[in-house]
Ligand binder design. Structure first.
Ligand code: ADP
Length: 235
């Protein structure tokens, strides 16, 4: 009997229209298994961010079903949404760190807001800073870090809750090529520990080298979905 990997995400005929009438997603159907590493590619305005925002209920679809880890995201009550978001780590192109908090405080803040105990915070923060290679920078303020280091603080903050899914929107957009690769190695290590990753990106060299599943969007639709894909369709 074939072993079936549990499903993490199912989108069924999802359509999203913004208030201004823009159809950002049109009839999108998609399945993602636990543990997958996915590159989301396509030109600006294709609908990549909208797709990720629907997953953590920053936006609601007009039509269609969204199931994440067995939960119906569309029908979920407002009070359940924080629990959904705890399961999802987010990394952005522009870091979004708190400038007046140290590296360790930026990370512990993520645990604080979900009511973790001091004991838990004291254990988890150094562990995660060690994983991203920033143990020595725990007491430093973000403004004194390089772009690559700041992005690693963001990653630490995103994974400190052990999320099942990490969503990264253009995470290498402000990094040089060498630093971008360091970040990708970190993503691979996180993925190996079992966290699924969806990364929206224009970094074609990274996509081509990593040979992961590539989902390409254009004009609100999925136009290609390929295992071990490249940034551009080869045919
Ligand atoms: P991508 O991430 O691929 O660049 P987006 O999902 O951001 O694409 O955008 C898809 C389409 O939806 C674009 O036409 C964009 O202008 C539009 N859009 C995105 N966010 C909003 C919003 N909050 N209000 C209105 N239109 C939006």
């Amino acid at each position: 009997m074939e072993y079936e990997v549990p499903r993490l995400i199912r989108l069924q005929n999802v359509t999203k229209t913004y208030d201004n009438g823009v159809k950002a997603l049109i009839d999108v159907t998609l399945r993602i298994k636990k543990g997958e590493f996915i590159f989301l590619v396509g030109p600006s305005g294709a609908g990549k961010s909208t797709l990720t925002k629907l997953l953590y209920r920053e936006e609601m679809p007009d039509r269609g079903q969204i199931i994440l880890n067995g939960k119906n995201v569309v029908r979920m009550r407002a009070r359940e949404v924080p629990y959904l978001r705890r399961k999802i780590g987010m990394v952005f192109q522009d870091f979004r760190l708190l400038p007046r908090k140290t590296v360790a405080e930026n990370v512990s803040f993520a645990l604080d807001v979900i009511g973790a105990s001091n004991k838990e915070i004291k254990r988890a923060v150094p562990a995660v800073l060690g994983m991203v290679g920033l143990k020595e920078k725990a007491a430093v303020f973000p403004g004194h870090l390089s772009g690559g280091e700041q992005q690693r603080v963001c990653v630490a903050r995103a994974i400190v809750n052990n999320p099942i899914l990490l969503i990264a929107d253009e995470p290498t957009g402000n990094l040089d090529p060498g630093t971008s690769w360091e970040l990708m190695k970190l993503f691979m290590a996180i993925n190996r520990r079992g966290t699924s990753i969806i990364m929206a990106t224009h970094a074609w060299d990274i996509v081509d080298r990593m040979k992961k599943r590539v989902i390409e969007m254009a004009n609100g639709r999925i136009v290609r979905d390929e295992e071990e894909g490249a940034y551009r369709n080869e045919v």
